[in-house]
Design a protein around this ligand. Structure first.
Ligand SMILES: O=P(O)(O)OC[C@H]1O[C@H](O[C@H]2O[C@H](CO)[C@@H](O)[C@H](O)[C@H]2O)[C@H](O)[C@@H](O)[C@@H]1O
Length: 257
């Protein structure tokens, strides 16, 4: 794998007819912090995203593991921005959010909630984030022993008591969802919705690999930070990602000029 996308790669992407820039949030635009509600995109990342949103034939989407409410709160984007939350389970297009859980999914979620709460309650630094289609167990503030205990017990409980649950590992987080939609599904859905002729997708975590898997042809995938990836390009962190977005914006603004 190479490093950051070169100017030639970005130039080709910038010259596509309809462009979708689909971005993970935490760890990609916003540095990781202890309290999820405190996370914000770097100022230079926000500036680059707003500049892209202003360009004709250009769509920007945040594709995040966060629940939609949480993503909308931290992302600070105008309504025309597309949002996919809960790893693609919730999608906001044209200002409307779609999420219709079936009765079975609702019942599964209700069964799982108290089980996970009981597991987290006695463990220092372990806490549960509620999401519309499931729950996330956060362990960033827990020690190794508490983390191992929480993960082991939660996986066993989900295995024994719930059915059809999708489990996802992320950075200091273990997520349980009653729906198996992925970021790859979200990228495909947003590509279709916008009629995009090429897509840039960037992400830092394991679940972003589904997003890279939905790319083809003239699309560009950028892995942010370390770790195995199928993305063709890699940058070190949110600051370097912001620089890529800024360059893409300038090239797209000036295309054909
Ligand atoms: O897909 P993403 O946009 O990367 O969202 C993934 C998860 O992000 C949040 O948790 C992560 O970021 C927190 C704030 O920096 C950090 O404290 C936590 O350790 C990370 O796992 C969010 O709270 C989750 O719901 C998202 O699934």
């Amino acid at each position: 794998m190479t490093g950051a996308p070169t100017s030639a790669v970005l130039q080709r992407l910038a010259s596509t007819e309809v462009l979708l820039v689909a971005l993970d949030f935490d760890g990609t635009l916003a540095p990781i912090v202890d309290v999820p509600a405190d996370a914000r995109a770097l100022p230079e990342a926000s500036a680059a995203v707003l500049a892209l949103l202003d360009l004709p034939g250009t769509h920007v989407a945040y594709v995040s593991g966060r629940a939609m409410d949480s993503l909308a709160a931290v992302s600070d984007l105008p309504d025309e921005a597309l949002l996919a939350g809960s790893h693609g389970v919730e999608v906001r297009t044209d200002g409307r959010v779609e999420l219709d859980l079936s009765d079975t999914e609702r019942a599964e979620r209700e069964r799982l909630g108290p089980l996970l709460a009981d597991i987290a309650e006695p463990l220092d630094g372990v806490w549960i984030e509620e999401k519309p289609a499931g729950f996330a167990i956060h362990t960033r503030l827990a020690d190794e022993a508490a983390t191992a205990r929480a993960e082991e017990q939660a996986l066993a409980a989900a295995d024994a008591e719930a059915h059809g649950i999708t489990v996802r590992h992320g950075q200091d987080i273990l997520e349980f969802s009653v729906r198996g939609t992925t970021k790859g599904d979200a990228v495909s859905r947003l590509r279709e919705h916008t009629g995009s002729t090429a897509v840039l997708f960037a992400g830092d975590d394991v679940t972003d690999e589904d997003g890279f898997g939905a790319l083809s042809g003239d699309d560009v995938g950028v892995k942010v930070g370390s770790g195995a990836t199928s993305a063709a390009f890699r940058v070190d962190g949110p600051a370097e990602m912001a620089a890529v977005l800024a360059e893409l914006g300038v090239l797209r603004r000036d295309r054909g000029a």
